[in-house]
Design a protein around this ligand. Structure first.
Ligand SMILES: *Cc1c(COP(=O)(O)O)cnc(C)c1O
Length: 440
């Protein structure tokens, strides 16, 4: 498999090994759980993706604190991730060792109830070129196109709260991906308003450097592309990708080539918890990336039970900044999959954001949030205010499908329990938030 050949280590390098639902029971022997709890976690992993690896197991998780350890929760299933009736259904099937086909059918039905593609992901953002739908691209905001390389649609480990979970559960019709690099280039050439290409997944850095190069180098032939971004969790989940993997040095040479072309290269690094920044190998990896001239920009969602505290975020942003990287977005957990379990209400989320933001140096206040990537655009919760006697959320769009809506304050009726844009109603009895911005 060329797509993962970098995982073959060079001599003396740590060996990558992925652990999947088959390994779950064995791994859970390390944690004090009842047989019923173990069954529940297996039931969750029959529906939602599970994958972890040796580095996460050995370097990141604090096993003495599991199952409550935040990094354990980052990759291991938890009972609450499925609604109780669905959890019960799957537990029953596993307990009576139902035929595989029956388990798969139930898993499929449950997934379809979990809003697999929120915010019109599968339709609303797919561009069309010469009559052909380019299903491996997303073009939502004029200046940026997302590219989903076919070989990059997995990760070194899966985050339990992942909003792109349908990419990983073998439901082909739910997957977004392309290997048609020629048509991608043709589209970008025909759209000179696109200045930024964001290669994402999955995780593009599960691809070998050789395969990644096939996606990156053609972009260097397109003058209107001024920045290239690579969305990745590999600094947190497999930092050896930048240090001791066989083609780590080739990867850094590729980064240097992008920078030498005069473009901005950003590694959009997904970090969830400050512990992910502690191992020395992560720091070495970040230094090596920065030495190529690439900028590391850090982002991640606010998730219950993992990082829902101001202490965690303040440390994450300060440490990111100390290591020469730039805090970018703090996301609100999307309205898909296990959002009911990991979601933090917007009101509480903003309190955590403000508290953390107030503690860090101005250098770290490059972060924006909490941000919802919703149907009309990236909606930032600016705060809570009282205006003309009404308690309201103050919000603005950082990005919008309709750029004329960007950076205009708008107001929603305060709702302590609201967790997503679609829960919000315009304040003051209005029918829309702004002219042209309707409730979701
Ligand atoms: C977040 C996002 C982008 C990038 O937005 P920036 O504000 O430029 O980081 C582009 N496309 C989609 C669909 C996005 O969700």
């Amino acid at each position: 498999m060329s797509s993962t050949h970098h995982l073959a280590p060079s001599p003396g390098s740590p060996r990558f090994r992925a652990f999947t639902p088959r390994d779950l029971d064995g791994l859970l022997q390390r944690v004090s759980l009842t047989a019923d709890q173990r069954l529940a976690l297996r039931a969750v992993s029959a529906v939602l993706p599970f994958r972890t690896n040796t580095y996460v197991l050995d370097e990141l998780i604090d096993w003495t604190a599991a199952p409550d350890d935040p990094i354990f929760r980052l990759t291991f299933p938890q009972e609450g991730m499925l609604p109780p009736p669905e959890l019960r259904r799957m537990k029953d099937l596993l307990a009576r060792e139902a035929p595989k086909a029956e388990v798969l059918r139930a898993a499929h039905e449950i997934r379809m109830k979990l809003n697999p593609h929120p915010s019109g992901q599968l339709d609303a953002n797919v561009p069309v070129h010469e009559g052909q739908r380019l299903t491996g691209l997303q073009h939502k905001y004029p200046e940026t196109v997302l590219v989903f390389p076919r070989q990059g649609q997995t990760c070194h480990a899966y985050c339990t709260y992942c909003f792109r979970w349908p990419q990983f559960v073998g439901e082909a019709e739910l997957r977004i991906a392309t290997d048609d690099i020629g048509t991608t280039s043709a589209y970008l050439r025909a759209h000179s308003e696109v200045t930024s290409a964001l290669i994402t997944g999955g995780d593009p850095l599960v691809m070998s450097t050789e395969v990644l190069r096939r996606y990156v180098e053609p972009l260097l032939e397109i003058d209107t592309i001024r920045s290239i971004r690579i969305g990745t969790k590999s600094l947190a989940f497999w930092p050896y990708r930048f240090t001791r993997d066989r083609d780590a040095d080739d990867l850094l040479r590729l980064f240097e080539k992008v920078v030498a072309s005069g473009r901005h290269l950003a590694l959009m690094a997904h970090f969830t918890h400050p512990r992910e920044l502690r191992p020395p190998v992560v720091r070495e990896a970040m230094r090596r990336v920065r030495d190529t001239g690439a900028v590391i920009r850090c982002q991640g969602p606010l998730v219950a039970g993992i990082n829902d505290s101001a202490e965690a975020w303040a440390e994450l942003w300060e440490e990111t900044t100390t290591l020469g990287a730039v805090p970018y977005y703090q996301f609100v957990e999307r309205d898909t999959g296990p959002q009911g379990y990991f979601g933090v209400p917007l009101a509480r989320g903003h309190e955590i954001f403000r508290d953390a933001y107030s503690r860090v140096s101005g250098l770290a206040r490059t972060v924006r949030g909490p941000v919802m990537s919703a149907m009309p655009g990236k909606v930032c919760v600016d705060g809570v205010a009282e205006i003309a006697g009404e308690k309201v959320f103050v919000l603005h769009l950082i990005q919008a499908r309709d750029p004329s809506l960007v950076d205009r304050p708008f107001f929603a009726a305060y709702d302590e329990g609201a967790t997503w844009f679609t829960d919000l109603k315009p304040a003051f009895g209005a029918s829309e938030f702004l002219p042209g911005l309707e409730p979701g």
